[in-house]
Design a protein. Structure first.
Lengths: 311, 430
């Protein structure tokens, strides 16, 4: 008889792998990438693909330089790249996208220990870094391509949150026919992707529900146009794809609920009282920082736990 | 309380295969350590001839059960074998002879009182046949003045993939299971009994419902078909709704748990007096052509079971017990113990590489004890005793659900066991 394998139990494992999870996130992002390309043109697609490319290269180089095992096959760098691309305006210069990718992968992710160890969402943090470094380029928007009038050039425009006087219709907002970041405008595509992730069990719906729900409640209480608030900015993108990032959000369902409500409150405060049209990014970053604290105190209740040991 | 659980593939190809007796092995190796308790000392010497059912190992400690010869033959040597807990113990090597005869010691026990019953169960060598192997007489020997037991919980969940030995016990020996339950209730004066069977075994549920229809206080509870239903605390919660607190025994909530095969054995023993010398095991795995259930003498070598199975290729992994909690054995000479309910054989199994935890929380949602395995792993890596205690690591029963669902293929349940041991060591140091 050949040598027998000895391993600790269990001896069977589920099919799920990190790579499959990341692949599912990429599949969920696909509708938004397509929508972004249709709305803003090929330049948008090029930017997203380049971001993914830069992220992969930077992760490869970092692992090479630091003599770590290559981790590209887990696809997490691709996810970060695509998410970063979705968070950029379609006309951003390529070198800025490269700097953003470097910040996301090297500074935010790998410096803190790589996949699962980073305390902040790489794509969100990179977006904030770009925003603070290249404010003008990061806020120069283009209007959606008018496919009914071919030959027209991209026109610079303002995001609805920044200039409330020229609001698009609800339908245009839902379909994404407004100025904005590549992946954030088409609510329909984001909802398809988000729903896919929920159905596949990749994300817990409690986070986006709490996040979006809180913003809705705050909008009603402060007398804002609720639907417009929900569909503008990066709220839906952030709620489904960034606030659900495993590494930087709480482990438990109760923790996720607190996280989502916190994101919603901070977003509302920044939107209604702040000067930046940047509520979602900052709210997620701030709640990312609070995540270890939430995880420290919000535990799943152990079965039959004795009271004196519970605290 | 609704507990977390996971879905597992069933792989129960052996379910409808009627048990058959294995051909008498040429040699059996009877370990003096059949379960987690104190090991026995041999009471026979090398060169002696022993008969089937004869007492061969004895121990005075409480958490222990006597051991009987499963065959007729000659003790040729006493060797050292490694048990599943990684400790070395004596084992009798008995060479069988063709004419198998029962020992004169065998006679049905006379039972007139509760004490007689507990003593008889002790003399039968009975241990929990579900896998944990806790000596049955210790469970039964509680003091009814201080411990109030009102419900006998019969474990027929059999939640692990592949294993069908308990199911076959229901289907082939359902009458004995029902009788065993009646006897336990009668002698220990327990009012109610619940038989927990997973929903994916409707035939067993139907059969046991019919067989216990005339018994007052006995009911069959259909358990969800998810893992782990057979874990003691989970089973009690899902059959009676009672919550066994951390560090407590089932008796703290008035429950006594026995495996269905143990109940069937007790019924048999009271009628015949034949001690626990053989048991039903499931033989299956990805190289087994005809999955089935075998009745084997305790001490049968794994190699003999592999030889009896119809296999396509030689195995590279052999398990005692199910794939979730079973032990991988390294030596085909390893003998079957009283607690082994399956011998599973696999080939082309992969050793999985662990990757970084992505904090997806699947382990947290899988844990029926409500623990947070990934946090436990972090705390253990930091050797943080206080944090481990706050995370209630001692509640882990090693069901393996966390490791099963982990996308990074981390050995979480192994880490939990190491953490439990570490906490125990640190606390005794103080």
């Amino acid at each position: 008889m050949s040598e027998l394998l000895i391993e600790p139990s269990p001896h069977i494992r589920s099919d799920i792998t990190t790579q499959k999870i990341m692949l599912n996130v990429l599949i969920a992002l696909l509708p938004s990438v397509i929508a972004g390309t249709v709305i803003f043109g090929l330049r948008a697609l090029v930017l997203v693909v380049l971001c993914a490319f830069f992220c992969v290269i930077f992760e490869y180089l970092f692992n090479l330089v630091t003599k770590r095992r290559q981790t590209l096959s887990d696809l997490s760098a691709v996810v970060t790249g695509v998410l970063l691309g979705m968070n950029l305006p379609p006309t951003l210069p390529i070198y800025m996208a490269a700097i953003g990718s470097f910040a996301a992968i090297v500074i935010v992710k790998q410096f803190f220990g790589g996949l699962g160890q980073n305390f902040a969402n790489p794509a969100i943090t990179a977006r904030i870094i770009l925003m603070l470094s290249f404010g003008r380029s990061m806020t120069s928007w283009t209007a959606p391509i008018d496919w009914s009038a071919p030959g027209t050039d991209a026109v610079s425009s303002a995001t609805p949150l920044a200039s409330p006087e020229s609001l698009p219709s609800y339908l245009d907002m839902f379909l994404g026919l407004r100025a904005g970041c590549i992946g954030e405008t088409c609510i329909a595509a984001l909802l398809i992707g988000g729903l896919y992730l929920i159905i596949r069990g990749i994300i817990d719906p409690v986070t986006p529900a709490a996040f979006i729900g809180t913003v809705a409640v705050c909008s009603i209480l402060s007398g804002h146009d609720v639907l417009m608030q929900l569909m503008s900015g990066g709220l839906v993108l952030g709620a489904f794809f960034m606030a659900t990032d495993y590494a930087t959000t709480p482990l438990t369902r109760a923790g996720k609920l607190i996280f989502g409500i916190g994101c919603g409150l901070i977003t509302s405060v920044i939107r209604f009282f702040g000067v930046y049209p940047e509520g979602v990014s900052f709210s997620i970053l701030i709640m990312n920082i609070l995540t270890p604290l939430i995880d420290r105190y919000v535990h799943q209740k152990p079965f039959g736990a004795k009271k004196e040991a519970a605290k | 309380m609704k507990l977390n659980s996971i879905r597992l593939p069933h792989f129960n190809a052996a379910a409808e295969s009627r048990s058959s007796e294995i051909r008498l092995p040429g040699q059996v190796v009877i370990s003096m350590s059949q379960h987690g308790g104190v090991p026995c000392t041999p009471v026979v010497a090398v060169g002696e001839t022993v008969r089937t059912g004869q007492l061969v190992g004895q121990c005075d400690a409480v958490i222990s059960a006597p051991i009987h010869s499963s065959v007729t033959g000659k003790v040729v040597s006493i060797i050292k074998t490694l048990n599943v807990f990684g400790k070395t113990h004596d084992a009798l090597v008995i060479e069988t002879i063709p004419t198998q005869t029962f020992s004169d010691e065998i006679r049905p026990p006379v039972i007139e009182s509760r004490e007689d019953f507990v003593r008889a169960v002790k003399e039968s060598g009975s241990v929990g046949l579900g896998g944990a192997g806790f000596p049955t007489h210790v469970k039964f020997g509680y003091d009814p003045k201080t411990v109030k037991i009102d419900t006998l919980v019969v474990n027929g969940a059999e939640c692990e993939p592949y294993i069908t030995s308990d199911y076959r016990t229901f289907m082939e020996d359902g009458v004995k299971v029902a009788d065993g339950i009646r006897r336990i209730m009668q002698y220990l004066d327990i009012k109610y009994a619940v038989i927990g069977i997973e929903a994916d075994k409707p035939e067993a549920i139907k059969k046991m419902t019919e067989l216990t229809a005339g018994d007052s206080g006995v009911s069959v509870v259909k358990l969800p078909s998810s893992y782990p239903q057979g874990a003691e605390k989970v089973l009690i919660n899902n059959t009676t709704g009672r919550e066994v607190r951390e560090g407590e025994l089932p008796s703290s909530v008035g429950c006594l748990v026995v495996n269905c095969s143990t109940a069937a054995f007790i019924s048999d023993y009271l009628k015949t007096g034949i001690p626990l010398i053989k048991r039903r095991i499931t033989v299956d795995g990805n190289i087994v052509n005809k999955p089935g259930n075998l009745i084997v003498p305790i001490g049968t070598k794994t190699a003999d079971i592999i030889a009896a199975a119809d296999i396509r290729v030689q195995p590279d992994r052999v398990l005692f017990g199910g794939p979730m909690m079973g032990t991988a054995i390294y030596d085909p000479e390893t003998p079957v113990l009283k607690t082994i309910n399956a011998v599973l054989m696999f080939a082309d199994t992969k050793r999985l590489e662990q990757t970084a935890c992505i904090r997806c929380g699947r382990c947290v949602r899988a844990c029926s004890m409500g623990l947070m395995p990934t946090e436990i792993e972090h705390a253990f890596d930091l050797r943080d005793v206080e944090r481990l205690r706050k995370l209630h690591v001692s509640q882990c029963m090693n069901c393996g659900a966390c490791s099963y669902v982990c996308p990074a293929k981390r050995n979480l349940s192994e880490k939990n066991q190491l953490a439990k041991l570490f906490v125990r060591e640190q606390l005794t140091k103080r």
